[in-house]
Design a protein around this ligand. Structure first.
Ligand SMILES: C[S@@+](CC[C@H](N)C(=O)[O-])C[C@H]1O[C@@H](n2cnc3c(N)ncnc32)[C@H](O)[C@@H]1O
Length: 358
């Protein structure tokens, strides 16, 4: 006798989340942006509510998870800004979207390990409304802290994790993609037609309606200092180039990338590349001097990361670990193509890593 093997909603993803999304749809449809928001950030069942999503045992790797060297380089960059501000104390690093704190921990270890005034002055605030870490040196917050007099706002892969609006160009222009439940699966529905300046003439594209406001809010967190942002993205003309007809939305499930957001719902990461022109503009609107984005590979190379590899030649296991990490962090087909964007306020000169763009 054959058994009834139907997995029910579990075939689509996390059953509790799928059920919650279907309930919110209430027999109708919701914009893709809302679908993505629920999939990633539903208050109980969203993907990011559960720890362990990032790393070899999770679904994807971010730079801080590769090796602490990434945090050491970020630490040295922050120390440069601190020097430029006249060595203020306290000096606050605020990290929105800190995840479980890998970047914060490696940066704080670096500063502590060196000893001295920078480490003494440092205060680290992580803004993370979802699964967070346990490093007690970090001040964990759900929401923005009060404005810091001097400091840095640092983020890694925050913007590419924000929910995006999805559009498909039809004969008369871009039409917003909505999502409905057909009884067995989430399927796309046609939303309303939109007018979007400079949008691609064909295919699919995304609009991140939250990025600009998020960058403005980040700039407002400090009076003097810098914003340093690492994210997958392109300047607008590259992001919306004619040849890019399928947009940049990607899903990551157990280290496999694919393009179907309606599978593994709540059990996979969803991400879309960021419009860097928009972020630069927001920095300038906030009164910062913005420096044109550079690749992570160029940034880390100019920062001298290779010297950290060479400095441990007499410890072969560590040497090989660092050499491999350096390759991964600067890989032009992987993490190395992440763009780094910086803006400063009250700091003289071009920050390290951006000399080539000045
Ligand atoms: C791709 S993960 C990156 C985590 C970490 N920065 C890293 O590099 O490993 C994106 C993180 O941003 C957080 N996040 C999303 N929206 C946020 C917001 N509005 N404010 C603060 N954090 C947010 C998510 O909870 C998640 O931890």
């Amino acid at each position: 006798m054959a058994l009834d093997l139907d997995p029910g909603l579990g075939a689509v993803g996390n059953p509790a989340l799928v059920k919650a999304i279907i309930e919110e749809m209430d027999g109708g449809a919701i914009p893709f942006e809302r679908f993505m928001e629920l999939a990633l950030y539903h208050p109980e069942h969203g993907y990011y509510r559960k720890p362990g999503r990032i790393g070899t045992g999770g679904d994807f790797l971010t730079s801080p998870a590769i090796h602490p060297m990434f945090g050491w380089a970020a630490g040295a960059w922050c120390e440069w800004v601190w020097e430029g501000l006249g060595r203020p104390s306290p000096f606050t690093i605020i990290e929105p979207g800190a995840g479980e704190g890998a970047l914060a921990t490696s940066l704080l270890d670096w500063a502590e390990g060196r000893g001295g005034d920078f480490g003494e002055a440092l205060r680290y605030v992580a803004i993370e409304p979802n699964a967070r870490g346990s490093d007690t040196r970090i001040e964990w917050r759900d929401e923005a802290p009060p404005v810091a007099e001097a400091g840095i706002v640092l983020s890694n892969e925050l913007f590419d994790a924000l929910p995006v609006r999805l559009f498909e160009v039809e004969g008369r222009g871009p039409v917003e993609v909505w999502v409905r439940w057909d009884g067995e699966a989430f399927v796309e529905a046609r939303g309303s037609i939109a007018t979007i300046d400079g949008a691609p003439a064909a295919g699919r594209f995304e609009v991140n309606g939250r990025a600009h406001a998020t960058m403005l809010a980040m700039c407002d967190l400090i009076e003097r200092g810098a914003v340093l942002t690492f994210d997958y993205g392109y300047p607008e003309e590259e992001l919306w180039a004619d040849w890019r007809t399928q947009g940049t939305l990607l899903c990551f499930h157990r280290h496999t990338a694919h393009e179907d957001p309606y599978r593994h719902v709540g059990e996979q990461d969803l991400t879309a590349h960021v419009n860097l022109s928009e972020l630069e503009l927001a920095m300038e609107l906030a009164g910062f001097t913005a420096f044109a984005p550079v690749t992570q590979a160029a940034f880390l190379t100019e920062a001298g990361l290779s010297s950290l590899v060479e400095s441990v030649r007499d410890d072969l296991p560590e040497y090989f670990a660092r050499r491999r990490a350096f390759q991964q962090l600067t890989d032009a087909a992987g993490l190395g193509r992440i763009r780094v964007l910086a803006g400063t306020r009250g700091v003289e000169g071009v920050p390290p890593g951006f000399k080539g763009t000045a």
